[in-house]
Design a protein around this ligand. Structure first.
Ligand SMILES: Cc1cc2nc3c(=O)[nH]c(=O)nc-3n(C[C@H](O)[C@H](O)[C@H](O)COP(=O)(O)OP(=O)(O)OC[C@H]3O[C@@H](n4cnc5c(N)ncnc54)[C@H](O)[C@@H]3O)c2cc1C
Length: 390
């Protein structure tokens, strides 16, 4: 396909999706303006864990896209852009009971069937490879070739590399639509025109797309510990509890009057020597609070898996909200009826992994290039009700 980039573009939102879109547009010589309701990485991107991972995925379009997502991180690390930001490491999914071991065996088969490099470790092999794990660990599956990246650092790097100054505190109110295309946008400060518009506004996308009941908030609470270099160095990768696989599905429970909540444990040893420990999945958009019940349950689960964590102090807790789409798939592609307008949003708990590759794909579409991931399953046109706020 012959490449025809637009001369100018507006990107709405400066989370990882918007920052990556701006970067890939700038790399093609497009004149870009990034409009942001608050500040770069102010929403989900600044409150995420950061697993760049397929470990919890099932075969299908999300798995395919996540594999591409990891490959892109590796490429950008190889080029130098993410060299110091992308930490390559394995994920060890561990089973603490017979029931979890059964789920894990089936999951390992599914991962291996898509070509993901996995290794099953018996109880003894797990103890040898990962000595800080609890002796109650039944077995583990090592998923090779994965990584970790801190979302706000990636955003900063992408915007800096693109030479981009974000227009902060300038929310977009509506798209200016005429003759089957967006001519520009109306913001809190006035009107801005461009040849193409990329909507990467996370939960703010719902209003601009005129979509009701299509997105759902999923709060997550996370913890960060102090530095514990020895324990950290003894961990050859991240730990994911076998229960995490269940929590991503239907294992949520709700106490009377409270939103449904699931807890699935992930412990990531950070390059700083600290640990990032998460997290919850809760059906609410309240990102302002952490509660003692969630924090104490996450800590108890973490210490049960890695007893040495009992000696490590908790430094802080925080919460963020993932933007989920009701059918479990993000919206990535051209907006129906608008030839120059694209959306990339709705990544739930996968946007650090998928954000850059999805943004690259919509930029490729906008520039008449072949998108580097198959976008069929993510086509926004599957929601007939899309009616942009125009
Ligand atoms: C607790 C937690 C843990 C997570 N863990 C992981 C993980 O381990 N791995 C992983 O891959 N992903 C993870 N995620 C998911 C990931 O953080 C998100 O999917 C990703 O950050 C989404 O990025 P985004 O740029 O699409 O949206 P956001 O980061 O939400 O950014 C959207 C931006 O648009 C702005 N905006 C909104 N409306 C407007 C408007 N009208 N005009 C202008 N700007 C607007 C917002 O202010 C915001 O800055 C986690 C998320 C949470 C909350």
């Amino acid at each position: 396909m012959k490449s025809r980039p637009p001369r100018s573009a507006i990107v709405i939102g400066s989370g990882i999706s918007g920052a990556a879109a701006a970067y890939f547009l700038a790399r093609r010589g497009v004149d870009v303006e990034v409009l942001e309701a608050a500040a770069p990485a102010a929403a989900a991107t600044g409150a995420a864990d950061g697993a760049v991972s397929v470990a919890s995925k099932r075969p299908g379009p999300m798995m395919e896209a996540a594999l591409r997502g990891i490959r892109l991180y590796r490429e950008l690390a190889g080029e130098g852009l993410f060299a110091d930001l992308f930490k390559l490491r394995s994920t060890f999914i561990v089973a603490s009971s017979e029931q979890e071991a059964q789920v894990l065996h089936a999951h390992a088969d599914a991962l291996a069937s898509t070509g993901v490099h996995t290794e099953r470790l018996s109880r003894a092999e797990t103890a040898r490879r990962f000595p800080v794990l609890s002796p109650n660990t039944e077995m583990a599956v090592e998923v090779h070739g994965e990584g970790h990246a801190i979302g706000y650092r990636i955003v900063h790097r992408l915007l800096t590399a693109a030479g981009m100054t974000v227009r902060r505190d300038e929310p977009v109110r509506r798209l200016l639509v005429s003759g089957g295309r967006a001519e520009g946008v109306e913001t809190s400060r006035g009107i801005l025109k461009a040849d193409a518009v990329i909507l990467a506004a996370g939960s703010g996308s719902a209003h601009l797309l005129g979509l009701r009941d299509t997105f759902a908030p999923r709060k997550g609470q996370l913890l960060v510990t102090e530095r514990a270099p020895q324990l950290n160095a003894a961990m050859p990768g991240a730990i994911m509890s076998g229960r995490y696989l269940l929590s991503k599905g239907s294992q949520k429970t709700a106490d009377a009057g409270k939103p449904a909540r699931g807890i699935g444990l992930v412990i990531d040893p950070l390059t700083t020597g600290q640990f990032l420990i998460g997290g919850t999945r809760e059906d609410t958009d309240n990102h302002r609070t952490n509660d003692l019940d969630a924090v104490s349950r996450i800590l108890a689960d973490a210490v049960a898996l890695v007893p040495g964590l009992a000696e490590v102090r908790l430094l802080r807790s925080f919460a963020g909200v993932r933007t989920a789409v009701v059918d479990g798939l993000p919206l990535i592609g051209r907006l129906p009826g608008l030839e120059n307008t694209y959306v990339t949003t709705g990544f739930e708990g996968d946007g650090i992994c998928l954000g850059p590759v999805a943004a690259k794909a919509v930029v490729e579409l906008a520039c008449d290039e072949e998108p580097s991931i198959d976008l069929a399953a993510f086509d926004p046109a599957r929601f007939a009700g899309i009616e942009v706020a125009a």
